[in-house]
Design a binder for this molecule. Structure first.
Ligand code: NDP
Length: 464
């Protein structure tokens, strides 16, 4: 379907500026959301010139407005019997190509703007996976750190009591994100089942013996490394022997390190919000197993690594520093895998100064707009989050398929499908960047590739 462009319409650049100004005015004090929208819209100039029908159908105005935003009270009792009150959210951003899909984040920094940025990114990421999934995101300002298992359970049960009214296997299928791992998904699933009397694939990231998929915990990290390998392939290079910086020490970081080791690379860093570990000897399988126990079982802090492994150095977080020391360590590749905006302009410059030739983003929007520009101007291999970390949600999509069929695929089968999806995402981004006049710019490739599928579905479905 195509719609005529009215005469006297502004250039695509002016149109984009106008939409961006409206987004900022309508969503004040949400800088992360503005940043995510700006990055996508900046990529769409040529698309809008070639396709006036998107403008007449007001696709940009519609795609930047969530279909639904839920915000709710989450009251719960702590172990002392005191009442605690948190805020819960679910942003149902876009369902043009499938049910809403995206993680839940439990972290004290969570607010509406952060979740809107994550939900917006998710729409394009899910589109890139080739699977039929819309975009959503949710969570709470609840901090699981320092809470007992019982407190986490009571919080999750209260959170799900409200959320259960709005989700379902064909409506909205949440998963994990920062602060939401296997333990939390278990408590959330248990409460949903109890309230609805239904055993169904309403969440992904489930335990293996109750509907989960093999490789789902590994998927984001593995997928990010597969994506990095594809980028290197275009330069006839591999990860073998490459020194790699990995930030964070949670789910994405752990499996990024595991896959890097499998492919012969040498990861040398970890971090958490308290500081950075630099291990000049390299992280090996035993050290990785120790970190997994530290973080996933003992729920300890990464500084303990330097007590255990004497050659490693711990650099505590110093808010007075104008840069993050992890990005000032000499390396070939960087895998930011902690949180948004962890690479600022100065950090990007430090990475380049030290010879870094590849950045693959495991975290969501870890680079600021200024840092992204530094990477693009330098023409290094730069894999933006919505492409490079799409393996997590892609494997969630595979978990949904298995649930619908009531089947479980083998580890090899899921890993093989994940690998093929990452190759396809890279190919789509690479070819789209070329087709739209910016060869090698995978930011444009990912934004345009993700956008086209969703925008066309929106055109087909009329004004909804
Ligand atoms: P985890 O909770 O397992 O780990 C998060 C890690 O990042 C921890 O080491 C945490 O340290 C650190 N971190 C979080 N916030 C901050 C902060 N403000 N400053 C410094 N360090 C911080 O989460 P995931 O590994 O699942 O997620 C990491 C990133 O990957 C996020 O951006 C997430 O959105 C993204 N992602 C995750 C996917 C998944 O499948 N899990 C899928 C796609 C993207 P601390 O313990 O001190 O908070």
């Amino acid at each position: 379907m195509s719609v005529m462009t009215p005469p006297g319409i502004k250039s695509s650049g002016d149109y984009i500026e106008e939409v961006l100004a409206t987004v900022k005015a309508k969503n004040p004090a949400e800088p992360e959301f503005h940043q995510a929208v700006q990055e996508v819209l900046d990529s769409l100039r040529l698309v809008l010139q070639r396709h006036p029908e998107y403008r007449s159908a007001k696709i940009l105005e519609r795609i930047t407005e969530p279909e639904r935003v839920l915000m709710f009270r989450v009251p719960w009792f702590d172990d002392r019997g005191e009442i605690q009150v948190n805020r819960g959210f679910r942003i149902e951003m876009n369902s043009a190509i499938g049910p809403y899909k995206g993680g839940l984040r439990f972290h004290p920094s969570v607010n509406l703007g952060i979740l809107k940025f994550l939900a917006f990114e998710q729409v394009f990421k899910n589109s890139l996976t080739t699977l039929p999934m819309g975009g959503g995101k949710g969570g709470s300002d609840f901090d699981p750190k320092g809470k007992s298992d019982n407190e986490v359970m009571r919080f999750c049960q209260s959170f799900m009591t409200e959320l259960s009214r709005h989700i379902g296997p064909d409506t909205d299928v949440p998963a994990g994100d920062i602060g939401v791992g296997g333990r939390e998904i278990g408590f959330l699933f248990g409460q949903y089942k109890r309230l609805r009397n239904e055993f169904t694939g309403v969440l992904t990231g489930k335990g293996l013996n109750w509907g989960g998929s093999l490789i789902r915990p590994e998927a984001t990290g593995y997928g990010c490394v597969y994506f990095a390998a594809e980028m290197l392939k275009t330069k006839k290079d591999t990860l073998e022997g490459k020194l790699c910086l990995v930030s964070g020490s949670g789910n994405v970081s752990q499996y990024t390190v595991e896959k890097l080791l499998q492919l012969g690379a040498k990861p040398i860093t970890w971090s958490d919000s308290d500081g950075v570990i630099f291990d000049p000897e390299g992280i090996d399988r035993e050290k990785l197993a120790w970190v997994m126990e530290l973080k996933n079982v003992r729920r300890g802090r990464i500084r303990e690594y330097a007590d255990k492994f004497k050659k490693a150095v711990f650099m505590p977080t110093d808010i007075k520093l104008d840069h993050n020391p992890i990005w000032n360590i000499k390396a070939d590749c960087a895998f930011p895998s902690a949180t948004q905006n962890e690479i600022k302009k100065r950090d990007a410059e430090n990475l380049l100064k030290n010879g870094c030739k590849l950045v693959a983003e495991g975290a969501n929007m870890p680079s600021t707009l200024e840092a992204t520009k530094v990477f693009l101007d330098a023409k290094i291999l730069y894999g933006p989050a919505k492409a490079a970390n799409a393996g997590g949600v892609a494997t969630s999509g595979l978990e949904m398929s298995q649930n619908s069929q009531r089947l479980s695929w083998s580890r090899e089968e899921v890993d093989d499908r994940l690998h093929k999806i990452m190759i396809a995402i890279h190919k789509n981004c690479f070819e789209t960047a070329e087709k739209y006049g910016t060869p090698g710019n995978l930011v444009n490739g990912a934004n345009i590739g993700g956008f086209l599928k969703v925008a066309n579905a929106m055109l087909d479905q009329g004004l909804v």
